[in-house]
Design a protein around this ligand. Structure first.
Ligand code: NAD
Ligand code: MG
Length: 382
């Protein structure tokens, strides 16, 4: 188990659960970061006494500095402050920032030679070739925190040759709108989109789960993490979220990981790997479930899954571009400026207009992201 940990995005849903796990096991905290929410961050500083904290919002950073002046904890600010925290020497950096904003922290943690437990899937979606190259060069294995990827990772324990993998089976809860037709999705509200049946998560990923863009992003995430082609990654809708994902091997044996829907299991596994330890999560009692169901996704009502697959197959900047378009559209939907069904339209549009460029640098990735956001605003006349 890691003895020291930095958490990027510690005020968020994953960040707070990670601190729960750290608290239970007495893991020392090197640094914590957030975008704003300094009330929560202040409490975390007082409870965990990190060496440094960073607040991306400069004004909020100044406020925090005054609030915690008595603690002597170093307060950094801006996105530079966040990456500085990621670079501080520690055993593991858990990146639970939401969106492309997490890419800088992922790169900084790896370049500094720190271990990386990754919840921020957007880092891999947008910057997969860079992130995996740096990890390879530094000899660091990225440990997945996303529940599906943790399940695949756990199912692969003991598999010495990737050739023995036939396919990955990613499970999806289907979100709050499973079973609805394209037409019925036209009039769904933000409130409905935010009420996920099985998981309590941040707003952006909850909306991504409702459009099933989340599952598309996870296909790309899995392809990079496990070095598997996207046509060997299947999606199965499993409403109960008990089987968190599985691997089918060449002998058609399927190995999966089951548990209650609680992110503290995959978070903790990334910190204890290759060992296991007691966790704050309750036992799974299979008899509580009368049935476990498995269905094909409705690709017509939820086309984002296919758009993501196509973007990954196209390669280059396409995944960064559709990720940027989705982030913007997701944000516009949450602020009431566009309809739910406009989100897949934005992603489809991004796939159509995406610039073709293969050998791209990290700054090209950021440029593609900002161009995709502008393109999305234009699409809706904003
Ligand atoms: P959240 O919105 O609850 O928290 C996001 C965190 O990122 C907050 O601490 C926030 O302050 C910080 N942040 C936001 N914008 C930032 C910026 N510009 N610069 C620096 N920090 C910034 O999100 P979450 O649900 O915890 O999700 C975090 C990541 O984990 C996402 O990539 C998500 O896809 C992934 N993930 C989440 C869950 C879950 O159960 N919540 C499950 C699997 C994967
Ligand atoms: Mg997931």
């Amino acid at each position: 188990m890691v003895k020291e940990l930095t958490i990027l995005g510690s005020t968020g849903s994953i960040g707070r659960q990670a601190l729960d796990v750290a608290d239970m096991h007495g893991i020392r905290i090197t640094a914590l970061t957030s975008n704003s929410r300094i009330d929560i961050l202040e409490n975390q500083v007082r409870q965990f006494s990190p060496e440094a904290v960073a607040v991306a919002d400069e004004k909020k950073a100044k406020e925090l500095k005054i609030k915690i002046a008595d603690t002597g904890v170093k307060v950094l600010s801006g996105s530079g402050g966040v990456t500085e925290c990621a670079s501080m020497k520690t055993q593991c950096v858990l990146n639970s920032i939401v969106g492309i904003a997490g890419l800088g922290g992922t790169v900084a943690a790896l370049e500094a030679g720190n271990g990386l437990a990754l919840a921020n899937k957007e880092s891999l979606v947008a910057g997969g070739s860079h992130v995996t190259r740096i990890a390879r060069e530094k000899g660091i294995s990225i440990l997945p925190v996303d529940s599906e990827h943790s399940a695949v990772f756990q199912s692969l324990a003991g598999c010495k040759d990737k050739k023995q993998i036939k396919k990955l089976i990613l499970t999806a809860s289907g979100g709050p709108f499973f079973g609805k037709t394209k037409k019925e999705l036209e009039n769904v509200t933000l409130e409905q989109a935010l009420s996920h049946p099985n998981w309590a998560m941040g707003a952006k990923i909850t909306v991504d789960s409702a459009t099933m863009m989340n599952k598309g992003l996870e296909i790309i995430e899995a392809a990079w993490l496990f070095g598997i082609k996207s046509d060997k990654i299947d999606v199965v809708v499993h409403r109960q979220s008990v089987l968190h994902s599985a691997v089918q091997f060449v002998d058609n044996s399927v190995i999966g990981q089951l548990g209650v829907a609680d992110m503290r299991i995959p978070i903790q596994y990334a910190l204890t790997y290759p060992d296991r330890a007691e966790s704050p999560v309750r036992e799974l009692d299979l008899t509580e479930y009368m049935t476990l169901t498995f269905e094909k996704p409705d690709y017509d009502a939820f086309p984002c899954i296919s758009y993501c697959k196509q973007a990954f197959e196209r390669g280059g900047l396409a995944p960064a571009f559709i990720n940027g378009a989705n982030e913007k559209a997701n944000e516009l939907f949450r602020s009431g400026k566009i309809k739910f069904t406009d989100i897949p339209k934005a992603v489809e549009n991004a796939l159509t207009v995406c610039p073709v460029k293969n050998d791209c640098s990290l700054s090209d990735v950021y440029e593609a992201d900002s161009l995709a956001r502008q393109t999305t605003e234009k699409l809706f006349g904003l």
